[in-house]
Design a protein around this ligand. Sequence first.
Ligand code: PLP
Length: 390
Amino acid sequence: MTKTRVAARLRALPPYLFARIDELKQEQIKKGVDVIDLGIGDPDLPTPPHIVAALQEAAARGEHHRYPSYAGMLALRRAAADFCRARFGIELDPSSEVLALIGSKEGIAHLPVALVDPGDVVLCPDPGYPVYATGTRFMGGEVYPMPLRRERGFLPDLGAIPADVAARAKLLWINYPNNPTAALAPRGFYEELIAFARKHDIIVASDLAYSEMYFDDEPPPSILEIPGAREVAIEFHSLSKTYNMTGWRVGFAAGNRELVGALGKVKTNVDSGVFEAVQAAAIAALSGDQACVEEMRRVYRERREVLCGGLAAAGFDVLTPRASFYCLIANPPGFTSLEYAGKLLEEAGVVATPATGFGNGGEGFVRLTLCADKARLEEAVRRLRGLGKT
Ligand code: PLP
């Protein structure tokens, strides 16, 4: 008798929805089509030079070549706390309320190891970053999707969560600025959420990966600015998009010390921290001149005008982002998201992501990113123009 090699938790993962788009993309490339890939949320801009220089300098120093501390260098946790004070006006104790992460994804995936027991309910936005649900399922938790609807500004309706689900829920994920909808949450929503969480004794995990990528409004708040949040919330920060550092793998968690400590305990058992030279670069990023972040916003603002302005003028139902670099387009009637993404690829050579890749709640939309230069985005608009009224 042969044993099944792969664990049930892996076999139970939903099929990889992007595989079909990848296949179609490869077909187009084989045919010689100059494919414009607006499917991936990965900045094409380089990491600012002062951050690269900090890595180079630190990498040459032998003291950084050894195992790092699990929680991150105190200097990095201080820099993170200082950044949060300057940006959000919040006070964090670097030694107990801040934890370095190997990218925020690592912390997001590991949080359920610290908090979720088999059968616990975890409330996850739908559509949402898939790691919230996957991390939950890996721990035997039960995912309860919170639909994000356009007519509600893509905010979950907390009042629609049944009382018995709220009673069993252990953890709730939110993410504003949001991937994939680009929605922002007003302060009032966070207040409502904290009251809900305290009433039902639910931990709130807020994913703030896109906090600095905003274009028009006031900067998005941190949940930790809200009175009472420190009792129930943990927040995930990332340097990836703010400083074009996706490949470097560094972020941090901040918030309730028991939650930060529990996540830290998981990490001491599964990893050995972030390379100290990368931590030195992260310190340079967080405590250095933030002009590079303003420049990043300027570039995406310009690109947004090219792509979203161009598509809206061509008759597309396009949701122009006020934050993040994601731009949703509503499917025309008669198309599923997957079919519509296929059509854009086959007829215009433009890769879009079906928003159903982020959950069934994404049906009705495809997602484009602003991760290509203006000339490529202009070319994408030129090719897509004819499809705007279909
Ligand atoms: N959260 C959201 C909503 C994301 O879209 C991403 C990456 O795309 C992450 C977290 C993870 O970012 P990182 O692990 O690079 O910090």
